[in-house]
Design a protein around this ligand. Structure first.
Ligand code: ADP
Ligand code: MG
Length: 664
C-alpha cells in the first residue's frame, strides 16, 4: 500500500500535528509506518461505507461454502452489520489469524494471483474492518463441539473465549468508523446507506440462487430468498415478477468463453444503468465496454436517456482476466476485451432478430401519456410496426457493419449526446426535412418505447422519409405554437422561442413546491385503496418513507409481502394512474438513495412530479392555454431553466436578427 495514499484519505487520526509538518533543513526522515496506520490506510481503500463491509462479509461467507447467509443491519449499517453463515467455520487457533492483515487461506504464492477462484485473496478485509469498528467474531467448525469468540475494538483484540453456537461463522460489526470521525461524518442518512447495502446484497444474492439469503434492516425483513434452481426465480424475488415476465433468455459461447443470462424486452427500461448486472465467474463487475455493448444492442429500441436492463453471466478461465486491478475488485481487465464485447453485442442482437418484438413492444398501460391516448389505435399500431421493422432493419444493417469492420463503435454517437442548446442551434440554422421526420416518429412512440436517433434515422430510413404535414400554428394574442412543441413570442429584447414542456414543468414545480411546503397538496382519495406490487427493497423504501410520501399526497400502508396499499395520491398526477405513479416515485427514492451527490430527495421528487404532470412536446395547445402559459411565465422568476437545468427559452435579440438578415 503506497504511503502517499494517506494524504487523500480522510482517516483523521494520523494526520501529523502542524509542528511535525515543518520541514527540517537537511533531513527528511523516512519512517516505516506502524501496522495500525497501514491497516487504516487499507481500510480507507476497501471500506468506503457500510455497504463495503456487507460485500466483504458476504464474500467471505460464500468462500466458506455456506448455503445459508443471514444479514442484519441497524441504521443503514452504521450501528450494526451482522452476517451469520453456516459455512466451514474457523478453528479457535485460526481466528486471530483471520483478523491479522495479509493473512488469507485462499492463495499461497504470487502465481495463484493469476487464477483466483475465490472472492477474497488479499487477506486484508477483516483486518481493515477491525481497525475501524467494534468487531466480534464467533465461529465453530463442523467437527468441533464448541464455538469460540473474539472481540476487536479499533484493532485491539480481547482473548478468545469459548461459547455456544451452531457450526459456521458470525461476524458482527458495530459503530463503523467510530475512530475515523471524518469518514463517519461523510456517511449519509441511514436511508442512503441502506440503499447502498441493499444494492451490495442484491449483487451477490442475484448470482448465487442456490444459497438462502436474508436481509433485515432495523428488524424489518427486506429480503428472504430461499434457494431456487432457476435463476429467473431469484431475479424475480429481487427485482419483482413484473420485470421477470419480460426477460428474454440469451446464451452463447465462443470457445472457452461462455455467455448466459437475460435481457429485458425494450418495453422495460430504466433511467440509469443500475439494472445492468454483469457477473464474471460469479463475481459482480462493472465494465464500461460491456455496458456500451448492451446499449448498442438496444440502439433504436429505447428512448434517448433510457437504459436497458440485463443480467449477464460470463464464464471464462480465470487466467483470461486480471481481477487484481481494483481494491474492491469491481473492475477487471480482460485479456481480449474486443472478443468479449463482440460476444455480448452479437448474442443480444441475434436474439432480437429472432424474437418477435412486435408482440412485446406494446404500450405499457401505466406509461401511457396523454398524447398517445389521443391517437387512433390503428394508426398507432401501424406506427409501431413501422418502427419495429425499421429497428430490425437498422439492427441488421449495423450487425453487417460490425462484421465487416470488426469495429464495435458506431461512428457519430457523440452527436447524440450534444446538449440541447447545441442541437437547437443546429436545427435553427438548417431546419429541414430530417427535423420534421423526427417529429412524426417521436410522436408516434409512447413513453415506454423509443424514437430512433437522428443519425440512425438518416442512415436507415431516409429512403422512406416522408415529410409530415405541418398543422397551422395555434395562435393567441401573446404568441403562437409551432410544431406542437414550441411557443414563439416577443419581449422588449427580441424574439423568444420557448420549449412548452420545459416552461410548464418549471411553473408546476414552483406551484407544487409551494403547496407541499404549505401542506396544501391536493390529493385524491381512492374509493377502494389500490394494492401495488413492488420489488421487496422498494416496499421497504416506500414504508420507511411514509411521511415523505404523505407530504406529497400519497398515503401508503403495508399490505404484507411485496404489496403496499395506496389510499390517496396527488390529484395533479391523475393521468399517470396511481400504481404507476407510486412505482415511479419509489424508484426515484431508491435511486436517490444511491447517488451520493443527491442532496434533497424531496426536491428530486418535486422535479419528477412536475415533469410528469407537465404538458409534453407534441401536445397541441388551445389559444387560451398558450395565453395562460405565457402569462404565468412572467410570474415565475428563473423561468429561463426548467428544473432539470435545460433552457426553457432561447432569445433571439433584435440585434442578432438584424445581423443575420444583414441589416447592420
Ligand atoms: P480474504 O477473504 O481476502 O482471504 P479476509 O480478511 O476477508 O481475507 O479473511 C481472512 C481469512 O479469514 C479468510 O482467508 C478465511 O480463511 C477466514 N474467514 C473469513 N471469513 C470467514 C467465514 N465467514 N467463514 C470461514 N472463514 C472465514
Ligand atoms: Mg474476504
Amino acid at each position: 500500500m503506497a504511503a502517499h495514499e494517506a494524504n487523500r484519505l480522510d482517516l483523521g487520526q494520523h494526520s501529523p500535528t502542524p509542528d511535525s509538518r515543518l520541514p527540517i533543513p537537511g533531513s527528511r526522515v523516512i519512517r516505516q509506518l506502524p501496522q495500525s496506520v497501514v491497516n487504516k490506510i487499507a481500510a480507507g481503500e476497501v471500506i468506503e461505507r457500510p455497504a463495503s463491509v456487507v460485500k466483504e462479509l458476504l464474500e467471505n461467507a460464500l468462500d466458506a461454502g455456506s448455503t445459508r447467509i443471514d444479514v442484519s443491519l441497524g441504521q443503514g449499517g452504521l450501528d450494526l452489520i451482522r452476517v451469520t453463515d453456516n459455512g466451514c467455520g474457523l478453528s479457535p487457533e485460526q481466528m486471530p489469524l483471520a483478523l491479522a492483515s495479509h493473512a488469507t487461506s485462499k492463495i499461497h504464492d504470487a502465481d495463484d494471483l493469476f487464477h483466483v477462484a475465490t472472492f477474497g485473496f488479499r487477506g486484508e478485509a477483516l483486518a481493515s474492518i477491525a481497525e475501524v469498528s467494534h468487531l466480534r467474531l464467533r465461529s465453530r467448525t463442523h467437527d468441533s463441539e464448541q464455538a469460540a469468540e473474539i472481540e476487536v475494538i479499533g484493532g485491539k483484540s480481547s482473548p478468545l473465549t469459548p461459547c455456544g453456537a451452531a457450526p459456521g461463522t458470525m461476524l458482527e460489526i458495530r459503530n463503523l468508523f467510530f475512530n475515523t470521525p471524518v469518514r463517519r461524518k461523510f456517511m449519509r442518512a441511514s436511508q442512503t446507506e441502506i440503499g447502498h447495502c441493499s444494492e451490495a446484497f442484491t449483487r451477490i444474492a442475484l448470482t448465487h440462487e442456490r444459497v438462502h439469503f436474508t436481509l433485515r434492516h432495523n428488524d424489518r425483513t427486506i429480503f428472504d430468498l430461499p434457494p431456487v434452481a432457476d435463476w429467473r426465480d431469484r431475479i424475480a424475488a429481487l427485482c419483482g415478477r413484473d420485470l421477470e415476465r419480460s426477460l428474454i433468455p440469451i446464451t452463447s459461447g465462443d470457445g472457452d468463453v461462455q455467455l448466459q443470462g437475460y435481457v429485458c424486452d425494450p418495453q422495460q427500461s430504466r433511467s440509469n444503468n443500475r439494472m445492468q448486472y454483469v457477473f464474471l465467474n460469479g463475481r459482480h463487475i462493472r465494465d464500461r465496454s460491456l455496458q456500451h455493448a448492451l446499449g448498442e444492442a438496444y440502439r433504436g429500441l429505447l428512448l434517448h436517456g433510457r437504459f436497458p436492463i440485463g443480467f449477464l453471466r460470463l464464464q471464462m478461465p480465470a487466467e483470461y482476466v486480471d481481477v487484481n486491478v481494483h481494491p474492491t475488485k469491481l473492475e477487471v481487465r480482460f485479456q481480449d476485451s474486443g472478443r468479449i464485447y463482440s460476444l455480448v453485442l452479437g448474442t443480444i442482437r441475434k436474439k432480437f432478430l429472432a424474437t418477435d418484438l412486435t408482440a412485446k413492444v406494446r404500450i405499457n398501460p401505466g406509461d401511457n401519456d396523454a398524447e398517445t391516448a389521443a391517437l387512433d389505435p390503428a394508426a398507432l399500431e401501424q406506427h409501431r410496426r413501422d418502427l419495429v421493422d425499421w429497428a430490425k432493419g437498422a439492427l441488421e444493417a449495423s450487425s453487417a457493419e460490425l462484421n465487416a469492420q470488426g469495429s464495435p463503435l458506431v461512428a457519430g454517437t457523440a452527436v447524440l449526446e450534444e446538449d440541447s442548446q447545441g442541437v437547437l442551434d443546429l436545427q435553427f440554422e438548417r431546419a429541414g426535412s430530417e427535423q420534421l421526420q423526427l417529429n412524426t416518429l417521436d410522436r408516434s412512440w409512447p413513453a415506454a418505447g423509443r424514437a430512433p436517433s437522428p443519425l440512425m434515422a438518416q442512415a436507415g430510413a431516409l429512403a422512406h422519409a416522408r415529410p409530415a404535414p405541418v398543422a397551422a400554428p395555434s395562435i393567441s394574442h401573446l404568441g403562437f405554437q409551432v410544431h406542437n412543441r414550441y411557443l414563439v413570442t416577443q419581449t422588449d429584447e427580441g424574439m423568444v422561442v420557448i420549449d412548452q414542456h420545459a416552461l410548464h414543468e418549471r411553473i408546476l414545480y414552483e406551484q407544487v413546491r409551494a403547496k407541499v411546503m404549505g401542506g396544501k397538496m391536493e390529493t385524491q382519495r381512492l374509493l377502494v385503496p389500490e394494492p401495488v406490487t413492488l420489488p421487496p427493497n422498494e416496499v421497504a423504501a416506500a414504508l420507511e418513507n411514509k411521511a415523505l410520501l404523505a407530504q406529497l399526497g400519497m398515503e401508503v400502508e403495508p399490505f404484507g409481502g411485496d404489496t403496499v396499499l395506496l389510499s390517496s395520491y396527488p390529484a395533479m398526477l391523475a393521468n399517470l394512474g396511481p400504481a404507476e405513479m407510486l412505482r415511479q416515485v419509489v424508484d426515484q427514492i431508491v435511486a436517490g438513495g444511491k447517488s451520493p451527490d443527491r442532496r434533497d430527495l424531496l426536491n428530486d421528487l418535486l422535479n419528477m412530479i412536475a415533469c410528469k404532470a407537465a404538458i409534453k412536446a407534441g401536445d397541441r395547445l388551445a389559444p387560451e392555454e398558450i395565453t395562460a402559459l405565457l402569462e404565468q411565465r412572467e410570474h415565475y422568476q428563473d423561468t429561463h431553466h426548467c428544473p432539470h437545468g435545460r433552457p426553457t427559452a432561447l432569445v433571439f435579440t433584435r440585434e442578432e436578427l438584424d445581423r443575420r438578415f444583414k441589416r447592420t
